[in-house]
Ligand binder design. Sequence first.
Ligand code: ST9
Ligand code: ZN
Ligand code: ZN
Length: 357
Amino acid sequence: MPAHVLQVSGSYTTTTTITAPPARGLQNGGETVDKTSLCAEEDIRPEMKDDIYDPSYQDAEGPRPKQAYVWRNIILMALLHLGALYGIILLPSAKFYTLLWALLYYVISALGITAGAHRLWSHRTYKARLPLRFFLIVANTMAFQNDVYEWARDHRAHHKFTETDADPHNSRRGFFFSHVGWLLVRKHPAVKEKGGSLNLSDLKAEKLVMFQRRYYKPAVLLMCFILPTLVPWYFWGETFLHSLYVATFLRYTLVLNATWLVNSAAHLYGYRPYDKNIESRENILVSLGAVGEGFHNYHHAFPYDYSTSEYHWHINFTTFFIDCMAALGLAYDRKKVSKAAILARVKRTGDGSYKSA
Ligand code: ST9
Ligand code: ZN
Ligand code: ZN
């Protein structure tokens, strides 16, 4: 039995050593398939288990139910992307401060997804004090990717039932479906059924998360559309058209697509140095746009690591941000997998592409 030694680090001084449970095998048509690489190997977050892959769930036999298109979403997404294209045309004539504002809005709303919805609320890979959680919930609202409760519920389902019908953006259904198509059709019944079994009590108990959910529509209207449009127009005399199409439609569309690429490109293109049995991959280009979220083979292998990567600040602005917050005392109890556990996993399940940095 391989020993997966993990380090739970708050300030990198506290170390807890945890060993793996015994290996499990799955019965598949009489043949025993070793799927242990996909199982929970250790538990460094006793309070959080529902983002760990559950290999006991497999797709039902037979064809999928017919897809039910949601025309409202199809039309709105098409219009948004047309607006973004027009924003690209306007880009060269936009004021310098408008470009700076759009970039700042991109980065802050991205952090609301990566440091907020993803690493804090979906995976509980670190803890955050109220001022940081407040910043992250505002930043998350700027990103308009559904409220944190819904985002984390879908994301835990994505990890636990990955690449099955219960995965909301199952990459086995192709690039387009995992990228944006899943937001344009009704969910597969398995998503709702299996998602219904997830433990979301931590999210339900968090007042800030429930507050955002309650006031989500007006809050998004203000933070994703009205504020970013009014600021350039009011403060430095940008034209209304440039403000709306560049700072709002183009910026929002870019953040959306950078995020969606983690579900599509990072599940299809790249190496699998940590686990060749799963579809998620290491993709540096995705990491660049997604402020550190493209180390996706690592992330699915070790969803409890606050860096979502073996490394710290390497193409990972989000980890840099969380570490800065930790230095200010606003983030703490950052979970990091030890090198020994990583190397054991690489040896056992990697595709052979692993290069130590
Ligand atoms: C968007 C989200 O873009 C993007 C998420 C990406 C995730 C990426 C992850 C990658 C890793 C992190 C990397 C970050 C990188 C960031 C880089 C930044 C630069 N479990 O959904 P409904 C039940 S959003 C359990 O309406 P339909 C539940 O009871 C974009 N239960 O299903 C629910 O009711 P309630 C903007 C579940 O009718 C009920 O079903 N937003 C689950 O099939 C109905 O749920 C949009 O475009 C579950 N998982 O509709 C809106 N799911 O909520 C898009 C559902 O009351 N969404 N239930 O409890 C929709 O319009 C609809 O959801 C739908 C499906 C049409 C897609
Ligand atoms: Zn994740
Ligand atoms: Zn994934």
